[in-house]
Write a protein that binds this ligand. Structure first.
Ligand code: IPE
Ligand code: IPE
Ligand code: MG
Ligand code: MG
Length: 319
């Protein structure tokens, strides 16, 4: 039977702007990752192989791209933000390796292939996560900018990863399993486990070029709204996404009793919150233009993320 046409088609017109930009900037990001990671031929080889397995070919590279976006929006021209972006991607990868472990989400697959612990064993996966995080801080501590800016970057990122950021959010996530938590707690959990690092990616990139306070605050505002939107999309995708969009079978969150937007609020309110977060993200897009960084580029990022959803979800949200 033919599928009914969606009532509203999503506005996906600016996705090529984001993907073209990411393709150009992504070359330097991937080159930085390759340079930073130890060669798999060096001992301990199994660990180094695991690091590279988790990082390459990788996922959407949203966080490093946002770091470079922040840097360019603050007028940065060189390649230094690619190294910062790479460091942030290492932190993100550490969080994913640990997120998939049996003691956490117990996921056998990520990005369409075996998760790191299923490929290399749990002990190596734990240590690979540890190693990626330490390596990221080593890279950030040697970024070729003034010590003052470097410290500011380090502070921004540590705050986003720590107990009030990714790690604290992951604890909220685990402790909420099987519970009907409030929407306020759900929002806080998403803000910490996901939005904090996305915001810090954008802001730390801008810090690297000595951003002024007003623009920094604008970037932080967009990062917060977009970060929440990102995790709400991830929650919905887990229920309705295709294998290709998810990289694993759908339904894992529901099976584990995870607190997500669909499980706590139901489909209708999740649609409403999704649409609300698209609007608040759009409203907080910084207006200033710097070279290729225009409001359209941020809009392209929003469309790229929401456009991963099936059209019956993305249509009303992006109309
Ligand atoms: C997945 O992040 C984990 C969340 C915080 C939702 P991404 O969706 O950015 O994962 P990759 O890196 O593109 O695979
Ligand atoms: C991951 O959240 C958030 C992290 C900080 C790693 P999820 O558990 O919802 O992400 P996926 O769906 O497994 O990527
Ligand atoms: Mg999780
Ligand atoms: Mg997970």
């Amino acid at each position: 039977m033919r599928r009914a046409e969606p009532a509203v088609s999503p506005d996906l017109s600016l996705i090529p702007l984001w993907s073209g930009w990411l393709e150009r900037e992504g070359i330097a990001i991937d080159a930085a990752l390759d340079r930073i990671l130890p060669p798999a031929s060096l001992a301990p080889k199994r660990l180094h192989r695991a690091l590279r397995y988790a990082v390459f070919p990788g996922g959407k590279r949203v966080r490093p791209a946002m770091a470079v976006l922040g840097y360019r929006s603050a007028g940065g021209r060189g390649k230094v933000a690619a190294d910062l972006g790479a460091a942030i991607e290492l932190i993100h990868t550490f969080s994913l390796i640990h997120d998939d472990l049996p003691c956490m989400d117990d996921d056998d697959f990520r990005r369409g292939r075996l998760s790191t612990h299923r490929k290399f064993g749990e002990a190596i996966a734990v240590l690979a996560g540890d190693a990626l995080q330490v390596l990221a801080f080593e890279v950030m501590s040697t970024l070729p900018v003034s010590a003052e800016l470097r410290l500011d970057v380090l502070h921004e990122i540590t705050a986003a990863v720590g107990t009030f950021g990714v790690i604290g959010g992951q604890v909220d996530d685990l402790e909420s399993e099987g519970k009907k938590i409030s929407e306020a707690l759900l929002r806080r959990m998403h803000a910490r486990k996901t939005a904090a690092l996305l915001r810090a990616s954008l802001v730390s990139g801008a810090i690297l070029n000595g951003v002024e306070a007003a623009h920094r605050a604008e970037l932080a505002r967009f990062g917060d709204e977009f970060g929440l939107l990102f995790q709400v999309v991830d929650d919905i995708l887990n229920e309705v996404g295709s294998y290709a969009a998810l990289g694993r079978r759908r339904g894992g969150d529901r099976a584990k009793g995870k607190a997500t937007y669909p499980s706590i609020l139901g489909a209708a309110k999740s649609r409403d919150r999704l649409r609300g977060l698209v609007q608040s993200s759009r409203r907080s897009i910084p207006a200033r233009r710097r070279g290729v960084v225009t409001p359209d580029l941020y809009e392209g990022l929003v469309q790229t993320v929401v456009g991963r959803l099936p059209v019956d979800w993305s249509g009303p949200a992006l109309a």
